[in-house]
Design a protein around this ligand. Structure first.
Ligand code: SAH
Ligand code: SF4
Length: 363
């Protein structure tokens, strides 16, 4: 497979032009076509010489992700089902104004991007992992989710979270490339503080990110404050138990400044005062803010969210112990509900062939 047009990085393009004897100013011309004018074919880049257009066409693929289905309406959370060139299906979500998200009052439209088809990490509560892992997305396929959604909704996206299908840190190289494109002035131009990677806790990659110069925010899906509880719902905790994970987080915070915790509240599993106490200790140690997310029920799975009373008690407990914790309130604005665990509903394609599960949503 050739690399995709929307995964092109300016510096590499400059190298490509040099090897092909074309002037370097063409690089910016080409990225303008791709990321500013959003033209998906080299043939349409009318101010480039024919020869160069042909050379580019030979080297890069034009994007082939297409919308298979859209759920929701313009004013609410919208879910987009995309079909990739190999017929695999992924989901992206568009969430309108979400003032509470990561504490940025200016948030307008947030897109939740998938980084893989399926997920290998098999968290017990998550719909994305139920069907296993199929493949990584390349950077172009990640950037393309954003470009397509902006095209459809006709508005600019302000905030990008890698909280769709997949574990971004298991596809780190491509995710970092996508972030460079999303962040760059020559690319999509979204500020680094408005780009968040969420991880289930791959300790070695968290260390690697600490040393990487790409700018973004990091959110850790903690969901359990002891090995016993976390291990029960997140198999990744066996590979990277809390001690190992939190040491990597220490290292990350020392280098990069801060990280956020996500903590889904699952009734009778991780919502006790004891867990809140342990969580407060961990958060204080890392000076991390916590986003509490009431669990969203997934069809066929046994878990449920605690009562509102219990959710608020958990939050108050954290606050009383000196930790900043937000609790998501509005259903339609629930980013996790939108991204990680949409309800399993349809299996598209030939039912006799094992294919990706389509997590269609109830909005
Ligand atoms: N693999 C990464 C990013 C994708 S999941 C990660 O695990 O962080 C994005 C977020 O959605 C994670 O915090 C995940 O735990 C959460 N999530 C998954 N299923 C959920 C559900 N049913 N209800 C609420 N949050 C869920
Ligand atoms: Fe994968 Fe994240 Fe879902 Fe866990 S929560 S299965 S890591 S997508």
């Amino acid at each position: 497979m050739k690399p995709s047009l929307t995964g092109i990085v300016l510096e590499e393009l400059a190298d490509f032009l040099q090897t092909h004897g074309a002037p370097s100013y063409r690089a910016k011309q080409i990225t303008d076509w791709i990321y500013k004018k959003r033209i998906a074919s080299f043939d349409a880049m009318t101010d480039l010489p024919n020869e160069l257009r042909a050379q580019l066409t030979a080297e890069f693929d034009t994007p082939k992700i297409e919308v298979a289905r859209i759920l929701g309406s313009k004013d609410t959370t919208q879910k987009f089902l995309f079909r990739l060139c190999d017929q695999n299906l992924i989901e992206s979500v568009l969430i309108p104004a979400s003032p509470a998200l990561y504490g940025q009052p200016s948030d307008r439209r947030t897109i939740c991007v998938s980084s893989q088809v399926g997920c290998a990490y098999g968290c017990k509560f998550c719909a994305s992992g139920l069907d296993g892992w199929t493949r990584n997305l390349d950077a172009g396929e990640m950037v393309q989710q954003l470009i397509e959604i902006e095209k459809i909704c006709g508005e600019k996206i302000d905030n990008v979270v890698f909280m769709g299908m997949g574990e971004p840190l298991a596809n780190l190289k491509n995710v970092l490339r996508a972030i460079r494109i999303i962040n760059a002035a020559w690319g999509i131009g979204i500020g680094a503080r408005h780009i968040t990677i969420s991880t289930s806790g791959l300790a070695p990659q968290i260390r690697e990110l600490a040393n990487d110069t790409t700018q973004f925010r990091l959110a850790l899906s903690l969901h359990g404050a002891t090995d016993e509880v976390r291990g029960r719902i997140m198999p990744v905790n066996r590979k990277y138990p809390l001690k190992v994970l939190l040491e990597a987080c220490d290292y990350y915070v020392a280098k990069k400044g801060r990280m956020t915790f996500e903590y889904i509240l699952i009734a009778g599993v991780n919502d006790s005062d004891e867990q809140a106490g342990e969580l407060a200790k961990i958060a204080r140690h890392l000076a991390a803010k916590i986003n509490l997310i009431p669990y969203n029920t997934v069809e066929g799975l046994e878990w449920s969210r605690p009562s509102r009373f219990r959710q608020e008690k958990f939050q108050s407990f954290l606050r009383e112990h000196g930790v900043t914790a937000t609790l998501r309130r509005e259903k339609g604005h629930d980013i996790a509900a939108a991204c990680g665990q949409l309800r399993l509903q349809t299996r598209i394609g030939d039912p006799s062939r094992p294919g990706p599960l389509v997590r269609a949503a109830t909005v």
